[in-house]
Design a binder for this molecule. Structure first.
Ligand code: DX5
Ligand code: ZN
Length: 218
């Protein structure tokens, strides 16, 4: 794929009207919906789980891109699959059996993703490349929206792009994506950009549309 996809993270949406926010962000131009699931254990924050995602599922047909920041992840994969997630991404750091987790996701009929924290080298995915549909490279330490982009990860994007060769694997970036940082990661090989605070700032549809367009244009 050559088109860069924008995946707004509803972590930065108004949680009191999440269903409406999903519909609004889709009208404003979102390609995918990014869902940040946090457990207060793997990351120092708690967000939402499968029941909330299931409740949002009937609001749009867009891809649900589920980012699991939970450990362990394996016991919950089926629940997230049943909730209607299209992509299910686990962290390489969240468990000792990455290969097993990726197999489990595909066995549930879903697209499998792996995420790497900023400090995790890309070599940990070298032997699971054929089990992957998506690689999510964190450009912040996961847990919160609105943090500053870590530029050292741009080199990792380049290395991962070279590693995957001609395999049809998305390279997704998450954390501190703005019109200023988006071109850096896109040039390095990323084709899906998650953005939370930069997309939801302004708080209404017109602002969301402008924010998404600004990242796309960059
Ligand atoms: C961070 C989450 C991100 C976050 C990005 O733990 O995985 O998806 O919402 O937010 P921004 O775009 O504000 O950095
Ligand atoms: Zn995320």
């Amino acid at each position: 794929t050559t088109k860069t996809l924008i995946a707004p993270s509803i972590l930065s949406a108004d949680f009191s009207k999440l269903g409406d926010e999903v519909e609004t962000i889709v009208r404003a131009g979102a390609d995918w919906i990014h869902l940040d699931v946090m457990d207060g254990h793997f990351v120092p924050n708690i967000t939402f789980g499968a029941p909330i995602i299931k409740a949002l599922r009937n609001r749009t047909d867009k891809i649900f891109d589920c980012h699991l920041m939970i450990a362990p992840a394996d016991p919950y994969l089926e629940a997230f699959a049943d909730a209607g997630c299209d992509y299910i991404t686990v962290h390489a750091e969240a468990g000792p059996h990455l290969d097993r987790s990726l197999q489990a996701i595909r066995n549930l009929g879903k697209k499998a993703g792996v995420s790497l924290n900023p400090g995790t080298p890309e070599v940990v995915i070298e032997y699971v490349l054929d089990r992957l549909d998506l690689i999510l490279l964190m450009t912040v330490n996961p847990g919160f929206g609105g943090q500053a982009f870590i530029p050292a990860v741009v080199e990792k994007v380049r290395r991962v792009k070279a590693m995957i060769g001609d395999r049809p694997i998305h390279i997704e970036i998450d954390g501190g994506v703005t019109p200023e940082t988006a071109p850096l990661v896109a040039a390095a090989g990323a084709n899906v950009l998650v953005a939370g605070s930069a997309v939801f700032k302004g708080g209404n549809e017109e602002a969301y549309r402008k924010n998404i367009a600004a990242i796309r244009a960059a």
